[in-house]
Design a protein around this ligand. Structure first.
Ligand SMILES: [Zn+2]
Length: 233
């Protein structure tokens, strides 16, 4: 079973290079259009309000919804969650369904307890403790109990959607992921450097997976807009 799993993950790692390129956005695609001159009509989506929001469907085989009334997102957000969690069900059938926390209100706007989560482009996603377990009732601080194999598989599945802007996670978990993926040969050092740069300080906004305080019990996933641009930040 373990050999099978490793084969599957290694196969996934081999696909990683080409799909990663789809997740990297050129600097110009930052909401500014030379023709438009302003960043209103040219912005693909907003991080402040939500238009044409989609509610996360009830798919208990793949994930557990904690707060369905606060789980509205852009179609890219909802598609990314369904796609990544469906992949986990296939890859690790014995793992718990993924716990999904707040995304946004139906029309976005201020959400209590969050600085972001206003435009349907941010979601709080549960991470696995040892044995592929998720707390179905909320987010637990994991400490050393971080299941590096399952969590890398989940992050990798999100990155494979090609629609991820960045992921926030505690730096201790990021260090575990970096060590695991490079030692196991799942990523080259260059790929690891692009995803979780070694020299990045917590206040740097470089790399795809970045440190943020209070993210040792869940990760925060930000998606790109439908046209591949970033929402405001
Ligand atoms: Zn969040």
């Amino acid at each position: 079973m373990i050999a099978l799993l490793l084969t599957a993950i290694l196969a996934k790692g081999a696909e990683f290079g080409p799909t990663l390129e789809g997740a990297v956005v050129p600097a110009e695609a930052d909401g500014y259009s030379p023709e438009g001159g302003a960043d209103t009509a040219s912005v693909g989506c907003s991080d402040q309000y939500l238009e044409n929001g989609v509610q996360l469907p009830d798919l208990p085989l793949f994930f557990t919804r904690q707060t369905p009334e606060s789980e509205w997102g852009t179609s890219e957000m909802i598609d990314a969650i369904v796609s990544a969690t469906r992949h986990m069900r296939w890859l690790m059938p014995d793992a718990s369904p993924v716990t999904i926390g707040d995304i946004s209100h139906e029309r976005g706007g201020f959400q209590s307890g969050h600085l972001s989560h206003r435009g349907g482009v941010d979601a709080d996603i549960g991470i696995y403790s040892t044995g592929g377990k998720q707390n179905l009732r909320g987010f637990d601080s994991l400490g050393d109990n971080f299941d590096v194999v399952a969590n890398w598989a989940l992050i990798s599945a999100f990155l494979d959607t090609g629609n991820i802007d960045f992921i926030l996670l505690d730096h201790a978990h990021i260090a575990r992921l970096r060590a695991y993926t490079t030692k196991a040969g799942l990523l080259t050092v260059a790929e690891a450097e692009e995803i979780f740069p070694l020299e990045a300080h917590p206040w740097d906004r470089t790399g795809i997976v970045r440190h943020a305080p209070k993210h040792d019990n869940h990760m925060h996933v930000r998606v790109l807009c439908s046209d591949g641009s970033r929402s405001g930040r």
